[in-house]
Write a new protein. Structure first.
Ligand code: HEM
Length: 392
């Protein structure tokens, strides 16, 4: 097979360099510490490096150059299987989830889902999102530190239940809420069950599998909103600009705040495709059966792609658009996130309601780091902030 990236090619036999620890150790490190580990491995091994992941020790090739990522996102769906790449999510999502199927079946499921995420549909949800946001943020305590992530989770759960599932009946809402909370709180033990499917018939793993994970949309947006407030609270000038945008109902700027949070603090650190045939990437021939993984977190914090990546500058998304394949928080190609437009709409509506009311302050100046929570990365201390009524 001769799918090739634009990168200069050299040897086409060896696989890229990578970690040599036992598979179980690599798997646990990857599961729990990927946002710390992957930058270290990139510094050590270069732009392409490998890990081996349980249960079979499958080769995973992490990619961080835009041109290599482009090869993956533009390659044929018959060769780059995202459904198989996501197989680890099977117990969480249910095996028929759009995330877990490939080729024709994927195209069919995706086409069915598409209208629900279309622009006109999104505008229809906007008022309901705003109403639920007002009900939530009006209840926030004044002058007392709280975890923004917790409050945003509660809000986006309410939104997903009412907007996406159309649940408005109070009794049903009351039964669904705790179920969803149980699902979101996955620890390392449950994750082991993903890697070792035989565990899935037993105890906590079995219980966990009983609820399907289409609800996952809700937690990713909540995390993005929590990071927005975490970053704004530490930057008075950007906060003031965002408050002016909120007052002017300038959704473009508020959406740029969310995009910048998704760049600097991506909720999902990498996406995966399993190869059905060997593919040439970055001078290597990657064997069939391995997984190639565009590393969202690496490409988005590379100073070659985004100067001063540690800064928080929503203007990056207003003055110009980032170059292709350098901002990929929603993945790419035929598998790009269907909820991207919805999430950005939801984030700017919610930010507008918060920022029209409050000044936002951090509980301490040191920023929080990203902690792994199942397949997502969340603020380690819950994005602690306090709010006060707007002074100006
Ligand atoms: C900030 C919030 C969100 C982030 C960062 C996010 C991120 C992602 C990523 C990285 C993928 C995999 C893309 C790939 O493999 O190339 C994905 C897929 C998907 N997401 Fe999201 N997501 C978010 C919110 C949502 C929401 C709110 C929904 C629905 C209500 C949603 C529905 C989906 C679906 C259906 C897919 C599968 C697409 C396919 O396989 O064809 N997402 N998302």
């Amino acid at each position: 097979m001769a799918i090739a990236s634009d990168a200069p090619t050299t040897a086409r036999s060896a696989t890229p360099p990578g970690l040599r620890l036992p598979v179980l150790v690599q798997t646990l490190l990857f599961g729990q510490y990927r946002s710390w580990l992957l930058p270290v491995l990139r510094r050590r091994y270069g732009d392409l490096f490998t890990m081996r992941i349980a249960p079979t020790g499958r080769l995973v090739v992490l990619l961080s150059r835009p041109e290599d990522i482009r090869t993956v996102f533009t390659g044929p769906a018959t060769v780059f299987h995202a459904g198989e790449g996501n197989a680890i999510l099977g117990p969480v999502m249910g095996e028929h989830s759009v995330l877990l199927v490939d080729e024709d079946k994927h195209r069919r499921v995706r086409r069915l889902l598409m209208p629900a995420f279309h622009g006109t549909a999104l505008r229809g949800y906007q008022d309901l999102v705003a109403r639920l946001a007002v009900a939530e943020v009006d209840r926030w305590p004044i002058g007392r530190t709280f975890r923004a992530h917790e409050r945003m989770n509660a809000l986006t759960l309410e939104i997903i239940l009412q907007v996406v599932f159309g649940v408005t009946d109070q009794a049903r809402l009351a039964t669904l809420r705790p179920l969803v909370r149980g699902i979101v709180a996955i620890g390392p033990m449950i994750m082991l069950g993903w890697f070792y499917p035989r565990l899935q018939g037993i105890g906590p793993w079995k219980r966990y599998m009983t609820f399907q994970r289409e609800l996952d949309g809700h937690e990713t947006t909540a995390t993005t909103l929590a990071w927005c407030l975490h970053e704004l609270a530490r930057r008075p000038a950007v906060l003031a600009a965002a408050q002016r945008a909120a007052d002017a109902h300038d959704d473009e700027y508020l959406s740029a705040v969310a995009k910048e949070a998704l760049r600097k603090r991506p909720v999902i650190y990498e996406v995966a495709r399993r190869l059905t045939e060997p593919v040439d990437i970055g001078g290597y021939r990657i064997p069939a059966g391995s997984v190639v993984a565009p590393a969202i977190g690496l490409v988005q914090t590379d100073p070659n792609n985004h100067p001063e990546p540690e800064d928080f500058r929503p203007e990056r998304f207003i003055d110009a658009q980032p170059a292709a394949n350098t901002w990929i928080p929603f993945g790419g190609g035929v598998r790009r996130c269907l909820g991207a437009g919805f999430s950005l709409m939801e984030a700017s509506v919610v930010l507008g309601e918060v920022l029209r009311r409050y000044d936002v302050r951090p509980d301490r100046s040191r920023p929080e780091h990203q902690r792994a929570r199942n397949i997502t990365l969340v603020p380690a201390r819950g994005a602690r902030i306090s709010v006060a009524p707007r002074s100006a």
